[in-house]
Design a protein around this ligand. Structure first.
Ligand SMILES: [Zn+2]
Length: 82
């Protein structure tokens, strides 16, 4: 288990919203490089945000976001069948 995962995942959302200080950004980038689970979550969020922006829509419904985040967590726990 990687250290700092909880904080990294928590900060990823702020990172995407550009609400972080420079030092925290560096710390997250460092963690994303070492941690596949968080990197996957970050890539997913980035793509999701891009899609939302492209369509010019509001944030997706919270329950959809929760479901997607749960999926990411399952993937990160190493239970993928591939
Ligand atoms: Zn992590």
């Amino acid at each position: 288990m990687s250290q700092g995962c909880e904080h990294a995942v928590e900060y990823v959302y702020q990172y995407l919203d550009a609400e972080l200080t420079w030092t925290r950004r560096v710390r997250i980038r460092w963690h994303l490089r070492k941690c596949v689970a968080c990197d996957g979550a970050y890539s997913f969020e980035t793509r999701l945000k891009a899609v939302i922006r492209e369509r010019g829509r509001e944030e997706p419904p919270p329950e959809l976001m929760n479901r997607l985040r749960a999926l990411i967590r399952e993937e990160g726990s190493g239970s993928a069948d591939s």
